[in-house]
Design a protein around this ligand. Structure first.
Ligand SMILES: [Zn+2]
Length: 127
């Protein structure tokens, strides 16, 4: 069982928390960043907005936006699950084969539950 040390997991946990905050409160920013799909153009996904708390008056607009972004809701779920794995101490292990997920991959998709191999099998349609 490949386990990550707590100190290794911490930055990823922070990324997950920041992502979750964005998805919950600042969907339009996320759309611009296209964090989940661009595959990392620009390279630095470490820029975390600190103005999330400023939101709040435009709840109605947000509701519409969220409806248009089902995918992001899925991402949010994946983030929740990833945070659960953090708490369980199994973050960084593939939930499919229990193999270690490379840090490079976790940096690109911190909420992924699968190693590269399993993810490509899943993406190729073998659900
Ligand atoms: Zn795997």
């Amino acid at each position: 069982m490949a386990k990550m040390k707590k100190t290794e997991v911490k930055p990823f946990k922070e990324m997950l928390l920041a992502l979750r905050a964005r998805l919950r409160g600042d969907v339009s920013t996320l759309a611009n960043a296209a964090l989940s799909k661009s595959g990392g153009t620009g390279g630095g996904s470490s820029s975390v907005p600190s103005h999330i708390a400023d939101l709040g008056s435009d709840t109605f607009e947000q509701d519409n936006t969220i409806l248009l972004m089902n995918n992001e809701g899925e991402t949010l779920q994946q983030i929740e699950h990833a945070l659960e794995r953090v708490e369980e101490g199994v973050y960084g292990s593939c939930t499919e084969c229990s193999g270690k997920i490379p840090k490079m991959r976790l940096k690109a998709i911190p909420y992924t539950a699968f190693c590269v191999k399993c993810a490509s099998e899943i993406e190729s349609g073998q659900y």
